[in-house]
Design a protein around this ligand. Structure first.
Ligand SMILES: CC(C)(COP(=O)(O)OP(=O)(O)OC[C@H]1O[C@@H](n2cnc3c(N)ncnc32)[C@H](O)[C@@H]1OP(=O)(O)O)[C@@H](O)C(=O)NCCC(=O)NCCS
Length: 202
């Protein structure tokens, strides 16, 4: 079982079989998969999707998959999902989605930030990457906001939904993350005068 993670507004806990119907209710909508290079059928059965995750996630130090659901603390509602997929011990890729009714409230950035922190500080990852359809402006903006670097574009790299997809490649290294923390710390100190409070977690 993965540890629970908190942000200011969200509680993140590992996805469970009983989350299947709620995940299906928001992920099995065209707005969710229209800008993702995946087949819609993959989202048709939420419970089956979680069952597959449990079967393939791996365990302990050889765990490959880390999937969290995010609940808004005050509403108690499931607002999204965020995940890391780790093909090698120090490398992972990030994924996220937010239920349509909660878009543009900063939830994707908040949960993705927290998972990067978990990945680098707890899993000791060296690099976290994210691939996103070139037309997915919302997702690219989230990746920019959380400190990922655009590394290039892979043209026609995936066939899905009956067409080729061109994807933008982003990544953050552990060293980038450390530099970002130092910058935030300096900024906090400047705004708080000589006060040296710990870094606020977003
Ligand atoms: C991508 C997605 C997760 C963003 O979720 P969100 O919670 O709305 O994102 P945030 O509120 O954290 O927004 C982050 C930034 O993106 C911007 N943004 C959000 N939607 C946008 C859009 N459609 N076009 C342009 N910018 C957008 C926000 O304004 C914000 O930038 P700002 O702080 O400078 O204003 C959501 O649109 C989604 O679930 N899409 C479908 C699934 C998907 O594409 N997942 C990503 C696969 S890699």
């Amino acid at each position: 079982m993965l540890p629970e993670l908190q942000t200011e507004r969200l509680l993140l806990r590992e996805v469970q079989i009983e989350d299947g119907p709620a995940l299906q209710a928001f992920q099995n909508r065209p707005e969710q998969w229209r800008q993702m290079a995946m087949e819609p059928e993959e989202f048709a059965d939420g419970t089956l999707r979680v069952q597959r995750y449990v079967k393939h996630r791996g365990s302990d130090s050889s765990r490959r998959l880390f999937v969290y659901v995010a609940h808004e603390k005050s509403l108690g509602k499931l607002v999204g999902q965020v995940s890391l997929s780790r093909p090698q011990p120090a490398l992972a890729s990030l994924g996220f989605s937010v239920a349509t009714e909660y878009w543009r409230k900063g939830y994707a950035s908040e949960m993705a930030n927290r998972l990067i922190e978990f990945g680098i500080e707890e899993l000791e990852l060296h690099r976290i990457s994210a691939d996103v359809a070139i037309e997915n402006e919302a997702s690219k903006r989230v990746l920019d906001k959380i400190g990922m670097t655009y590394e290039g574009t892979a043209r026609d790299c995936i066939w899905a939904q009956g067409r080729w997809w061109t994807e933008a490649k982003y990544a953050i290294l552990a060293a980038d993350y450390e530099r970002m923390l130092v910058r935030r710390c300096c900024k906090n100190r400047r705004t708080a005068g000589s006060d040296s409070r710990p870094i606020a977690r977003s």
